[in-house]
Design a binder for this molecule. Structure first.
Ligand code: PEP
Ligand code: MG
Length: 328
């Protein structure tokens, strides 16, 4: 795999047998707003809004937030920019807000924190909407949803923010586009609630990092159990297959934005399972495009079918690595 030559990043990702795969970037740092660095991407699949919050000494003001959101939305005006609402807690504690908990990964994180702090959530969503005035590319993504009640509550707040900002915009003679709303599929409970998302969300985004952590009951950052944390565990692969099959059945647009999408082995398996949209760190884009362009989608499908019969993660890795190496 080391031998993979980086391809021209500006070319679209199309498999050798002409299946188009959308390749988006995961963003959060200001460098991600530099168009020249990210030519040829299909949009921003995940903008982690907590990143600028984590870099500050205190809660960013509305004006600070709006400048950050405007920068990224205006960099990619013709492509979707998926902005995730604040996902703090867990491994991402804010330096200026102490949350003491025995089990932070099972505690007050993501949507749980923001629903308990509607003022923070409201300001953030309103700011995203204000930043999007004049554009049509804002998608809002909700992290750590574990049940439909959280989604409904979050949507009610977004609706209020929308009405608010739309009125102000209208008074100034401007139109406010309705954002598409989606949720992260990263808490395993959602695997059994996908049907309930029909009519409630416009898209879903698979967080394979947390999905792996919660399915395998293993801390994603604990070196002691790093050997247990494996996104190629057959249970994770079957979950991913179930999600893509359900998304097709329910006609829910789906993207994978966890680290797996930017890993050659993961990308090949995901495309083989049926995913057509991947979001990854910008540094992985050229490598993943190169691999996808050199392999037939139909061969990836056969590989995925074969690996789904395998019982051990190491065997999945071995099979998939050998498969990719044939093409070098
Ligand atoms: C994930 O959980 O896979 C994900 C993309 O979100 P984060 O890594 O920010 O938790
Ligand atoms: Mg996550």
């Amino acid at each position: 795999l080391e031998k993979i030559v980086e391809c021209d990043q500006q070319q679209h990702a199309v498999t050798k047998d002409q299946q188009r795969i959308m390749v988006h970037i995961n963003a959060g740092l200001s460098a991600d707003s530099h168009l020249a660095l990210n030519k040829g991407i299909d949009g921003v699949g995940l903008y982690r809004t907590e990143v600028p919050f984590l870099l500050q000494r205190s809660f960013p003001s509305e004006e600070e937030q709006i400048n950050q959101y405007r920068a990224i939305l205006h960099t990619y005006p013709d492509q979707p920019v998926v902005m995730r609402t604040l996902d703090i807690g867990g491994d991402k504690p804010l330096p200026y807000l102490s949350i003491e908990e025995d089990n932070p990964f099972l505690g007050w994180r993501g949507i749980r924190f923001t629903l308990d702090h509607p003022e923070i959530f409201m300001i953030q969503v309103r700011t995203m909407l204000r930043a999007s005035i004049g554009l049509t590319n804002l998608d809002i993504l909700l992290p750590m949803i574990s049940g439909i009640n959280e989604l409904d509550d979050a949507k009610a707040i977004i609706e209020r923010a929308y009405t608010d900002v739309a009125q102000t915009a209208l008074a100034a003679g401007q139109q406010l586009h309705k954002p598409r709303i989606g949720i992260m599929i990263e808490v395993p409970s959602m695997l059994y609630q996908l049907h309930a998302l029909v009519g409630r969300v416009d898209f879903i985004s698979v967080g394979s990092n947390d999905l792996t952590q919660y399915l395998l009951a293993v801390d994603r950052n604990n070196a002691r159990v790093a050997n247990v944390y494996d996104a190629l565990h057959p249970a994770v692969l079957h979950a991913l297959k179930h999600i893509v099959d359900s998304a097709k059945r329910y006609q829910l647009p789906v993207c994978v934005c966890g680290e797996l999408a930017g890993d050659p082995v993961g990308a090949v398996l995901l495309v083989g399972m049926g995913y057509r949209s991947l979001s990854m760190n910008a540094r992985n884009v050229a490598k993943i495009k190169y691999i996808l362009r050199h392999i037939n989608g139909s061969d990836m499908t056969s590989l995925a079918t074969q690996t789904l019969q395998v019982d051990v993660a190491d065997d999945v890795r071995q099979l998939t690595t050998a498969f990719i190496e044939q093409y070098q």
